[in-house]
Write a protein that binds this ligand. Structure first.
Ligand SMILES: Cc1ncc(C[n+]2csc(CCOP(=O)(O)OP(=O)(O)O)c2C)c(N)n1
Ligand SMILES: [Mg+2]
Length: 532
């Protein structure tokens, strides 16, 4: 019988776990990862830089609900992807990063083998929830099993597995597939009973929803409607309640009117939210106060006491935990309750924004309404900052960006490409600044190559606009911020994409509707000046 190399085993094991896409860049150092790929069930997407493919995997994971799997080479492949791992770590996104490594005995020798680093695993461990070196084939099934178990029953984050070249090519004949993952955890019945009691007697309940609640949108909605509880949604939770839902508060808890709504509650149920500063104190103005009567659902025990202390900690997966609560006696339904408070908080929060930001939120509303099924993927740019404060996304998962969490420029374009691969029948809008897009220009090739349906909306203010404003506000003479943008029309042409210059909202609406009519990649350049 022909020997089966470990690289081939890995592909079979991934396919067995339902992996359908791998984001990678091949090299002589990871050839054995590719032996089983061509002609198989897994589609390989080639990034133009490992940071870009890591962001693609991140966008793919968010929309597919599956881990984004990445293949990199030893050394520079790994160092290039660490920024994307940092972004995914900050936002609790499951990535499985598989890298080759120098042969056993060569790695870390200091002799200068191709791509050699002193300690790859230690480097990756700083941006991963777990990192493993596979020193012999028999260790791989357990490492993979652990990775998949962590994705489904712990706060999902990047997991790193490295396989030395000689181990990748070693015999894996007869190696068993990784063990199936355990069921997602639910809190103990006593804690659930206590939470149900508290919710039943609450007079002014409020729900704080985070990204961990995205896959439990139905349960969250039922619970909130039963209790008459306004639902405050963080950046990553936007869309859990749709725009216009009477209990929806799609506004940042960094804004004073939203904080006032929370402070006036007698019971607050936080679901899958870190209660972290990039959502709850976006501008570092004043720390978010401990919410009154806090019950907190999180899949990770350690997270339950970070940033705020709950009176009832509920360690469990959001959907399963909410279903367990809904199955308990929560008192009579309270139709209409909480609606006036929610509406008032929404209105006051919007009024608290600067006129420029309010106009930007209106522009985002226009984009959503022109393309109701679109996923909006953002970078760190002015339009997106305004959206994170006050934009109501159409559906769960249709609003996410790198202006929050780790905050990496260059995220939006590749993440939009990955999102599109996960939901190929939906258009994707990438919202990016002229500065941020220049961080990932190489990845412009990929949406066209994978037959994507992507509108790249560039907010062109000819430089690092927000940083310039911050320098001026700090009394610093602007330096390093008037960076020259390329001619985006020429760039679009180079890749065979359409281009439109947008100078007023009506033109944007027309261009988006035209884009929505058929699958294509188009670059819509907004002349920001014309919107100021
Ligand atoms: C990798 C990385 N480097 C630097 C920064 C700091 N930074 C944040 S926003 C920004 C300017 C972005 O310019 P642009 O994309 O044009 O957006 P604008 O502020 O002009 O809307 C910079 C340099 C960052 N967030 N990430
Ligand atoms: Mg700019």
């Amino acid at each position: 019988m022909a020997m089966k190399k470990l690289g081939l085993y890995l592909i079979e094991a991934l396919a067995d776990r339902g992996v359908s896409h791998v984001f990678g860049i091949p090299g002589v150092h990871n050839l054995e990862l590719y032996r089983g790929l061509a002609g198989g069930p897994i589609r390989h997407i080639t990034g133009r830089h490992e940071q870009g493919l890591g962001f693609m995997a991140d966008g793919y994971a968010r929309l597919s609900g599956r881990p984004g799997v990445c293949f990199t080479i030893t050394g520079p492949g790994l160092t290039n992807i660490t920024t994307a791992m940092g972004q995914a770590y900050g936002d609790s996104i499951p990535l499985l990063v598989i890298s080759s490594r120098n042969r056993r005995g060569e790695a870390g020798s200091g002799r200068g083998f191709l791509h050699e680093l002193p300690d790859q695993r230690a480097l990756a461990s700083q941006v991963a929830a777990a990192s493993d070196s596979i020193e012999e084939p028999g260790q791989l099934p357990e490492a993979l099993g652990r990775a998949f178990a962590m994705f489904s029953s712990a706060r999902p984050r990047p997991v790193y597995i490295e396989i030395p070249l000689d181990v990748l090519a070693a015999d894996a004949t007869g190696l068993a597939l990784p063990a199936p993952s355990p069921a997602a955890p639910v809190p103990p019945a006593t804690a659930l009973d206590a939470a149900a009691d508290r919710l039943r007697s609450a007079k002014r309940p409020v729900v704080l929803a985070g990204g961990g609640g995205l896959r439990a949108a139905g349960e969250l909605r039922r619970l909130a409607e039963h209790l008459g509880a306004p639902v405050v949604m963080t950046t990553n939770a936007r869309g859990i309640l749709p725009p216009g839902h009477p209990l929806a508060v799609p506004r940042s808890p960094s804004l004073e009117p939203v904080r006032a709504l929370i402070a006036a509650a007698d019971s607050v149920l936080a679901v899958g939210t870190e209660l972290g500063p990039t959502d709850y104190d976006m501008y570092g103005v004043s720390e978010f106060p401990n919410p009154p009567g806090l019950m907190r659902i999180d899949i990770e025990a350690a997270q339950l006491t970070r940033s705020a202390r709950p009176v009832i900690p509920l360690c469990g997966e959001a959907g399963a935990t909410l279903r367990a609560l809904l199955a308990r006696d929560l008192g009579a339904a309270r139709p209409g309750a909480g609606e006036a408070t929610a509406a008032a908080a929404c209105e006051r929060a919007l009024a608290a924004l600067s006129p420029a930001m309010r106009r930007q939120v209106t522009l985002l509303d226009l984009i959503r309404d022109a393309l109701p099924s679109a996923v909006l993927v953002g970078d760190s740019t002015q339009l997106v900052y305004a959206g994170n404060l006050g934009f109501a996304a159409a559906s769960p998962g249709s609003w996410f960006n790198s202006a929050t969490g780790y905050g990496t420029l260059g995220y939006a374009l590749p993440a939009a490409t990955g999102a599109g691969l996960a939901v190929p029948d939906r258009p994707v809008v990438c919202l990016v600044g002229d500065g941020g897009l220049q961080f990932s220009l190489g990845e412009l090739a990929v949406p066209g190559e994978v037959d994507g349906w992507t509108a790249i909306v560039v907010w062109n203010n000819r430089g690092f606009g927000e940083i310039k404003t911050a320098m001026i506000a700090a009394g610093i003479a602007p330096e390093g911020v008037d960076v020259r943008p390329p001619e985006f029309a020429h760039l679009a042409r180079a890749y065979g994409y359409g281009h439109r210059m947008i100078e007023d909202p009506a033109a944007l609406e027309r261009a988006l509707k035209e884009f929505g009519r058929r699958r294509q990649v188009v670059l819509l350049e907004i002349r920001a000046e014309a919107f100021e």
